[in-house]
Design a protein around this ligand. Structure first.
Ligand code: TXA
Ligand code: MG
Length: 315
């Protein structure tokens, strides 16, 4: 297992490891990240190794301030407006990569664009202290459920990394929303912690979905977030022996082997925050199938339904 240090006393050790080209797990407001110095070839290569991630799948570079973001990416007016509205926070913006950015080419997997995000809290403090951007995918083995607690991360990746910074449960619970501005329009590459409606309110126009057959976020392979159990979505009644991921007020849920409710009051923010930890816990009861009640598609429900569909996809 990795060393586990509480967030309040982890800064010096985290810095020392990153400067040495090591990777560490740390909390962000969305999910835990597997972090390395984005300008270090060793650091970035170790991220791909620890995660078992295909090298063609690019990483998000995390920055601590606007000046750092602008040294790396070339922001059009609309991208800048989105950054001003949602940073620091759970929004990732894909922009053209600047020449001389210092970002190691492994981060972008050879693309001429870069995914940038400005997180809050410990991650931001650490990036500022390091003075370099941090590359960080979600802290989970490739294809598995993203880690939203230090324990979950340590069980999944603890044998491969020296340190997990323990900041408790991450508040948002699903990964950042990824957008890219093209021809003056916002394309949604991945739904996430900022609702599409909120982006539309800032952009003053609908976001565009669907990629016309092109793979835009190369990591969004169909099967992802896969628990060991099979998944059955949008159920109205649980079959005997299934584990049940419920949503909303109480109703007849007899016969389930275990029941966890994403949000008894039907609050989509609470449901997003609970999604990955509830999936892990239900998976651990050993049922052959996890049945899932319907979750509405608006607000953070879009990201929740996206993750559930990927968790249920053929593997
Ligand atoms: O909330 C999050 O975004 C978390 C925390 C740790 O920041 N990170 C995260 O990273 O979810 P990851 O690697 O699991 O997902 C990043 C996604 C991948 O699907 C990747 O293909 C896509 O971003 N991506 C990265 N660079 C891209 C680019 N230049 N163009 C399009 N998609 C890109
Ligand atoms: Mg991920």
């Amino acid at each position: 297992m990795a060393e586990l240090i509480p967030i309040d006393s982890a800064l010096e050790r985290a810095l020392e490891l990153l400067r040495g080209g090591e990777v560490i797990a740390l909390p962000t407001e969305t999910v835990y990240g597997l972090a390395g110095d984005a300008t270090s070839g060793t650091g970035v290569a170790r991220i791909f190794e620890a995660k078992g991630r295909p090298r063609f799948n690019p990483l998000i570079a995390h920055v601590s301030d606007w000046a750092m973001a602008e040294r790396i990416g070339d922001f059009d007016l609309l991208s800048r407006k989105l950054a001003e509205a949602f940073w620091p926070g759970p929004l990732t913006i894909v922009v053209p990569l600047r020449v001389g950015s210092g970002i190691h080419p492994l981060v972008t997997a050879g693309l001429d664009t870069i995914a940038l995000r400005m997180p809050k809290g410990f991650a931001s403090t650490l990036i500022a202290a390091l003075g370099h951007p941090i590359a960080a995918p979600s802290a989970n083995s490739s294809g598995k459920i993203s880690g939203t607690s230090a324990d979950a991360v340590n069980r999944d990746l603890g044998a491969k990394i020296p340190l997990v910074v323990d900041g408790g449960q991450t508040p948002v619970g699903v990964e950042s929303t990824i957008v890219k501005v093209e021809n003056g329009r916002v394309r949604l590459l991945r739904p996430g912690g900022v609702a599409a409606e909120d982006i539309e309110a800032v952009a003053g126009a609908p976001v565009e979905r669907g990629s016309g057959g092109r793979i835009e976020a190369p990591g969004m392979m169909t099967s992802h977030y896969a628990p060991a159990a099979a998944m059955r979505l949008n159920v109205d009644a649980v079959e005997p022996g299934e584990a049940l991921l419920a949503f909303g007020p109480s109703r007849a849920r007899g016969g389930a082997r275990a029941v966890l409710n994403l949000s008894p009051t039907g609050d989509l923010r609470e449901a997003a925050a609970n999604l990955f930890s509830h999936l892990r816990q239900l998976d651990a009861v050993g049922a052959a199938t996890i049945a899932v009640e319907p979750v509405p598609f608006h607000g953070l429900g879009e990201a929740i339904n996206d993750r559930l569909a990927r968790a249920a996809a053929p593997r």
